[in-house]
Design a protein around this ligand. Structure first.
Ligand code: ZN
Length: 262
C-alpha cells in the first residue's frame, strides 16, 4: 500500500509538471541580444555615451534579456502583461479590451516617459532603460501581437524536428537556435542597407510597428496548423522573416533611444 501511495504521488508530480505552461512569450535570448547588438550599431554618439554611463559598462545586448529574468521574481509580477498585446483577428487595438496592468504599448510608453523625465532617479532610469530594450525586442516577435485564445501561439502545439513544441516557441527561439549562430555572428551577417532602407524601417510610431507585427502574426497563424511537423522546410520558408524582424527591432530600438537622448 505505501508503495501504491508513493507511486500515485510520484505519478501526480510527473503529470502536474507537464501541466506547467511552457513557452513563455518572449524572443529567446539570442534574438533579444541580436536586436541589442544591431541597435548599438545605430546609436548616435550622444546616446551611446549616456547609455554606457547608465548601464555601468554593460551593453544593450547584455541587458536585453532583463525583462524575462525578472519574471522569476514575484516583486515584478506587475510587468508580466507588458511583454505582449493580444486582440481578436479583424479588430483594432484601439477598440479592444485592454489588460488592466498594461500591455506592450502602454509599457513602452511608460518606459519612454521615465527616461525623458529629468527628475527620475538613476535607479528608475536604469530599470526602465533595460525594460524598454527588452519590450521593443518583444514587439518584433509577431506572435507577441497575436490572439488571446491561443496565448500568442503558445497553445498551438506542433513538433519541431520531431520534438514537442508550440508555434510561439518555434518563432521566438527554435528557428534562431537551429541556425546556430551567436548573436554577434547574426548581427555581422545582417547585410548592408541603404540610408533610404534604414529610414523606411525607422518610419512610424510604436503603434504602427505594432500593426506591422500584427500583419505578420496573421501570416504566421496561416503558416501552420496544430500537430504540424515543422523542421528544415519551415526554417527555409520563414527564417528570412525572423532575421528581418530582428533587424527592424534593432534599428527601431536605436531610433527610440536616439530620440530620448538627443
Ligand atoms: Zn519578453
Amino acid at each position: 500500500m505505501p508503495f501504491l501511495i508513493s507511486f500515485g504521488l510520484s505519478l501526480f508530480f510527473v503529470l502536474s509538471s507537464f501541466a506547467v505552461p511552457i513557452g513563455e512569450p518572449q524572443w529567446g535570448q539570442t534574438g533579444h541580444r541580436t536586436i541589442g547588438e544591431i541597435a548599438t550599431d545605430h546609436l548616435t554618439n550622444r546616446a551611446k555615451k549616456k547609455i554606457e554611463n547608465l548601464l555601468d559598462g554593460h551593453n544593450l545586448a547584455y541587458v536585453s534579456t532583463f525583462g524575462d529574468e525578472i519574471k522569476s521574481d514575484k516583486r515584478y509580477d506587475k510587468y508580466y502583461t507588458w511583454h505582449y498585446v493580444n486582440f481578436p483577428i479583424g479588430s483594432r487595438y484601439e477598440d479592444s479590451k485592454k489588460e488592466e496592468k498594461g500591455d506592450i504599448i502602454t509599457g513602452m510608453e511608460h518606459c519612454i516617459s521615465v527616461l525623458k523625465d529629468e527628475n527620475a532617479s538613476r535607479a528608475d532610469q536604469v530599470f526602465h532603460l533595460k525594460l524598454l530594450v527588452h519590450l521593443i525586442g518583444d514587439l518584433h516577435q509577431p506572435l507577441h501581437v497575436g490572439r488571446a485564445e491561443d496565448r500568442g501561439g503558445n497553445d498551438i502545439k506542433v513538433s519541431w524536428h520531431y520534438k514537442k513544441s508550440n508555434l510561439h516557441r518555434v518563432w521566438d527561439t527554435q528557428m534562431i537556435e537551429s541556425w546556430n549562430m551567436s548573436y554577434t555572428e547574426l548581427e555581422q551577417n545582417m547585410g548592408q542597407l541603404s540610408k533610404e532602407q534604414i529610414r523606411s524601417i525607422e518610419r512610424g510610431s510604436l503603434l504602427d510597428w505594432m500593426y506591422d507585427s500584427r500583419e505578420l502574426a496573421e501570416r504566421v497563424y496561416a503558416s501552420a496548423s496544430p500537430d504540424d511537423k515543422l523542421g528544415y522546410r519551415y526554417s527555409y520558408d520563414h527564417l528570412g522573416t525572423v532575421m528581418e524582424q530582428l533587424r527592424k527591432g534593432g534599428i527601431r530600438l536605436a531610433k527610440v533611444l536616439n530620440e530620448i537622448y538627443s
